[in-house]
Ligand binder design. Structure first.
Ligand code: ZN
Ligand code: ZN
Length: 418
C-alpha cells in the first residue's frame, strides 16, 4: 500500500462525523465577510486535530498548520461563504436561513455554490493527515478563506499579513464542486477559470417631458445604443479562437412612461482567459461608451466603477501534471480532464502574492445516474442544476469522500516520502 492508501484508510472512521458537520454547515450558511459561526467551528475542529491555528485573518480567515518535520510546505485552500439565494432543493437539511446584506436588506442565504463541501473536505483531509504523522513529512497549511463570492476574500487575507503569519508555502492547491458525476475529479493545465470584471457604467442625459424630446438628451436611447454596440466587442474585436464573454446583466433608467430621465445605469460582466484579451475588452468598453455618449450629445462624461474583479485562474502545467498523475494513480478512470470554465475565482490571489505555483481542480457533485441520464439525453444544461441555482445541491456521497481524497492525495504528491 502507498502512503496515500494507508492515510486514506482512515476515511471510514471520520465519514459519519464529516457528513454531520457538512449538513450542519449547510443549514447555517453565512454571507461573504459574515462567516463567523463557520470560522469558529472550523478553528475548533482544527484545534481538536492538533493543528496550530491562526484565525481572524482578513476578517474571518482561518489557517490550521500541521508541522511534521523537514519537507515541503503545501497550502490547501477552501472557501467558506454562501450566497443570497433561497434554497429550493427539498432536502431535509435545506437552509431556511436569512441574513442582512451590505445594503441592510434581509435576504435568504444558502450554500448554493457548495463551499460547505469544500470546508468539510478540507477539514477531513487535515484530520486524516493529523492522524498519520508517520506517513508524511513537511508542513500542511489548511487555509479557510472568507468572501470568495465577492472576489475580495483571498486578497483580504493577503492584505492582512497572511504570508507573514505562516511559513512560506511551496505550492497552493484548491478545488471546487461543480455539476458533474459525483466521485470524479477533473484537472486542467493552463488557463482554467476566466478572469472576470464587473463594471457599473453611468451615462448622463438631460431629463424632461416625454412629449418634448427635442429639449432633452434621452439616456434610455443612449443606453440602448451602448448595449447593442457592446455586442460587437467579442464578435468583432476578439479573435474567434479566443474565449471571451461580455454580458450586460442590468440596465436601469427612468421611473415613468412620460418622463425622460437624466441618467441610465448599466452593469456589465466581462470574462476572459488572457491579460491581453481582458485589457482589450476593458478598453473597448470605455471607448464605445464614451463614443456613444458623444454621439448622443451627452452633457457629462460617463462614470465607470469596478464592482468586482477576479484574476485569471491559470493552472501551472508542472504542478497540474503532478496532481493529475497522483489522481490517476488513486482514482483510476474517475480522474478525468475537465473543460475550461467561464466561472471565476479569487483563489489565485494567494499563490500570486506568495510567488508560488498553483493548481485548481473540479470535483463532481451530481448523482452519477442522474448526470449520465441527462448526458445521454443531451439535457445536462436543462436538467442538472449548476452552481448558484436555488436547486443546486451536491449529493453528500460520494462527493465528500472524493473531495477529501483529492485534497489528501494531491498534498501527498509533495509530502509523501518517495
Ligand atoms: Zn459561486
Ligand atoms: Zn464557488
Amino acid at each position: 500500500m502507498s502512503s496515500a492508501d494507508e492515510i486514506l484508510a482512515g476515511y471510514d472512521s471520520l465519514q459519519a462525523d464529516q457528513e454531520a458537520f457538512y449538513k450542519d454547515l449547510h443549514q447555517h450558511p453565512e454571507l461573504s465577510h459574515q462567516e463567523h459561526r463557520t470560522a469558529g467551528r472550523v478553528a475548533g475542529q482544527l484545534r481538536e486535530y492538533g493543528c496550530m491555528v491562526h484565525d481572524g485573518i482578513g476578517g474571518t480567515g482561518v489557517v490550521g498548520m500541521l508541522s511534521n518535520g523537514d519537507g515541503p510546505t503545501v497550502l490547501l485552500r477552501a472557501d467558506m461563504d454562501a450566497l443570497p439565494v433561497k434554497e429550493d432543493t427539498g432536502a431535509d437539511y435545506a437552509s431556511t436561513a436569512t441574513a442582512r446584506d451590505t445594503d441592510g436588506s434581509e435576504v435568504p442565504v444558502a450554500h448554493a455554490c457548495g463551499h460547505d463541501v469544500h470546508v468539510a473536505c478540507l477539514l477531513g483531509a487535515a484530520k486524516l493527515m493529523a492522524d498519520q504523522p508517520g506517513r508524511w513529512n513537511g508542513t500542511l497549511l489548511a487555509l479557510f478563506q472568507p468572501a470568495e463570492e465577492t472576489g475580495d476574500g483571498a486578497q483580504g487575507m493577503v492584505d492582512d499579513g497572511l504570508l507573514t503569519r505562516i511559513p512560506a508555502p511551496d505550492v497552493a492547491l484548491a478545488q471546487h464542486v461543480l455539476a458533474g458525476v459525483a466521485g470524479t475529479v477533473g484537472t486542467h493545465p493552463g488557463p482554467f477559470l476566466s478572469a472576470a470584471d464587473s463594471v457599473k457604467v453611468t451615462v448622463y442625459g438631460r431629463g424632461g417631458h416625454g412629449s418634448m424630446p427635442q429639449n432633452t438628451v434621452d439616456p434610455v436611447v443612449l443606453a440602448a445604443s451602448i448595449v447593442l454596440r457592446l455586442q460587437t466587442v467579442v464578435s468583432r474585436e476578439i479573435a474567434p479562437t479566443e474565449t471571451a464573454v461580455l454580458t450586460v446583466g442590468s440596465s436601469q433608467a427612468g421611473t415613468k412612461s412620460n418622463v425622460i430621465p437624466d441618467r441610465a445605469v448599466l452593469q456589465l460582466n466581462l470574462r476572459s482567459y488572457s491579460p491581453q484579451t481582458r485589457q482589450r475588452m476593458l478598453d473597448a468598453v470605455a471607448r464605445i461608451v464614451r463614443g456613444e455618449c458623444q454621439a448622443a450629445g451627452s452633457p457629462r462624461d460617463p462614470d465607470f466603477e469596478t464592482l468586482d474583479s477576479y484574476s485569471l485562474t491559470d493552472n501551472d502545467p508542472a504542478t497540474t501534471n503532478r496532481v493529475t498523475a497522483a489522481f490517476s494513480a488513486h482514482f483510476g478512470d474517475r480522474a478525468v480532464p475537465w473543460a475550461q470554465q467561464t466561472a471565476s475565482e479569487d483563489f489565485s490571489d494567494i499563490p500570486r502574492a506568495a510567488g508560488i505555483p498553483y493548481t485548481y481542480w473540479a470535483i463532481g457533485g451530481t448523482d452519477p445516474q442522474a448526470y449520465r441520464a441527462a448526458e445521454k439525453a443531451g439535457r445536462v444544461a436543462d436538467d442538472i442544476p449548476g452552481n448558484h441555482s436555488p436547486h443546486f445541491l451536491p449529493v453528500p456521497q460520494p462527493t465528500l469522500r472524493a473531495g477529501t481524497e483529492a485534497l489528501t492525495v494531491a498534498a501527498l504528491a509533495w509530502l509523501a516520502p518517495r
